[in-house]
Design a protein around this ligand. Structure first.
Ligand code: ZN
Length: 478
């Protein structure tokens, strides 16, 4: 946001959105920060630091003496490490209900997908609500302040306005949410007829959701992206029309691409071209497009992604779990493509811990290129700045500096797994991933003392377990 311009509050239909009104300025002072990882242009890490937020926006950042601020809410960071709120750029939250699902625990992508789709025949908006709440709690406790959710499951019978439940579940908890309206319009061996929809139904729902939930303004808490699932479930017309509609409305575009070799091979046999070229032919490249996984790209494809500024959501844990391969993170970054992180769905992760994803990205890139291939700071870049860029929010999110949203993850300085770490910031990534002490979203404390504010977690987890069992039992009964 330009200097001197008064930040606008958002009026999105979201519980955490700041609304204009006669009330006094809302101030939050975060003090006693041992290390403040700003992710600003010079990547400064401030010691003994503080952050002052006003009405959801960072007003001042400093080191040493803490200013006296009348009427400010105080958050004591207890000497901890503060990073910008992390951004999750790929997820399927409904899959929380198929975590460690034994029938598919040891399968690669396509049989794995075919193996869990039958679970969802009777999926309802209430099911998505509870799965989304647990998925969001996991993310918040792991430092995430903005998440996307690629939801492509719309059973033909009685699904109703499924993704609306995702928006409500996230709004309830106060996390920023990008609902990616997923879709499949071509039945296949993997996606049966009941899991597909006609293209006109899909596009109408995209437009409806956009009208209802999308807030394009700086500080937005809720946005909508359009997200056909993959080239094996979606026609060329589906891709082309989704892109046309998204661009007419100013929405972003998301899909899977290059996750496995069989998927690339199948596209060549069936469509006569590799998925990336196929998508490009239908308008799917540019800085308003981000692709999930992006593992199996040729050198020319990597250069093309860089040239067109098309983004990639790297999901290292899911890629390892499914044995899909290793994303060419450094090659992509070298060409100018934006790389961010995604936890991916919990049927293939099987936990949505975003800080752990940064650690996995570092380790996996080092497996590929050696110990110097990725620093802890670079892993944190993927989780913060990279995520903000891929979700189109680099102007207001991704770093802690005046004029940006006050989205902060407050991690304890150390825990038993990181005790005595020589460099606390390196320890945050190199040591076993820890949970936050506190989380601030748009200047509001959403996690305090390691707990989501206002949420009774045990009843939510009990309800989630019950729903998960219902799906598991449904499959057993056939
Ligand atoms: Zn995915």
């Amino acid at each position: 946001m330009p200097k001197g311009k008064k930040p606008r509050s958002t009026t999105a239909p979201h519980a955490a959105a700041a609304r204009p009104g006669p009330e006094a300025t809302r101030r939050l002072l975060v003090r006693n920060i041992g290390h403040l990882v700003t992710m600003d242009a010079s990547r400064r890490v401030l010691r003994n630091a503080w952050v002052l937020a006003e009405d959801g926006w960072v007003r001042k950042v400093g080191e040493g003496r803490v200013p006296r601020v009348e009427g400010a809410e105080i958050l004591d960071a207890r000497g901890g490490i503060v990073t910008p709120g992390m951004v999750n750029t790929h997820h399927h939250m409904f899959q929380n209900l198929a975590r460690a699902f034994r029938p598919i625990s040891n399968l690669p992508l396509l049989p794995w997908l075919a193996g869990h789709i039958p679970l969802w025949r009777r999926f309802t908006p209430d099911d998505l609500f509870v799965a989304t709440q647990v998925a969001c709690v996991e993310l918040m406790l792991s430092g995430c302040t903005m998440t996307s959710d690629h939801h492509y499951l719309f059973p033909r019978d009685g699904a109703g306005d499924v993704l609306d439940a995702g928006f409500h579940a996230a709004a309830d908890l106060g996390i920023r949410y990008v609902g990616c309206r997923g879709s499949v319009n071509q039945p296949s061996d993997i996606m049966p007829e009941w899991s597909t929809q006609d293209l006109d139904v899909i596009l109408a729902d995209c437009a409806r959701l956009h009208g209802r939930f999308h807030d394009a303004r700086p500080g937005s808490m809720a946005q909508v992206a359009f997200a056909p699932c993959t080239v094996f479930g979606c026609s060329g017309e589906h891709y082309a029309e989704s892109a046309r509609l998204a661009r007419s409305l100013g929405a972003r575009l998301h899909t899977h691409c290059g996750e496995t070799i069989p998927e690339n091979r199948d596209a060549v046999e069936r469509l006569g071209t590799r998925p990336l070229a196929y998508m490009a032919r239908h308008g799917w490249e540019g800085d308003d497009v981000w692709l999930a996984h992006g593992i199996h790209f040729t050198d020319a494809e990597v250069r093309r992604l860089g040239r067109t500024r098309t983004g990639v959501a790297h999901c290292p844990v899911s890629n390892m779990r499914l044995g899909s391969g290793v994303c060419r993170v450094n090659d992509l970054r070298a060409t100018g493509a934006t790389v961010s992180l995604g936890v991916d769905g919990s049927a293939s992760n099987d936990s949505g811990h975003l800080l752990n994803e940064a650690r996995a990205a570092l380790l996996l890139t080092r497996v590929q290129h050696g110990a110097g291939a990725m620093t802890p700071e670079q892993a944190l870049e993927l989780a913060t700045i990279g995520g903000a860029r891929n979700l189109g929010r680099s102007a207001d999110l991704g770093s802690i500096e005046p004029g940006k949203c006050a989205d902060l993850a407050v991690f304890p300085a150390e825990d038993v797994f990181s005790n005595g770490a020589h460099d606390p910031v390196h320890g945050l990534v190199l040591c076993h991933a820890r949970n936050v002490d506190a989380l601030v979203v748009h200047g509001r404390v959403r996690v305090r003392d390691g707990r989501v504010v206002g949420l009774e977690l045990p009843p939510l987890l009990e309800r989630h377990r019950r729903v998960a069992r219902r799906f598991h039992d449904g499959v057993k009964k056939g």
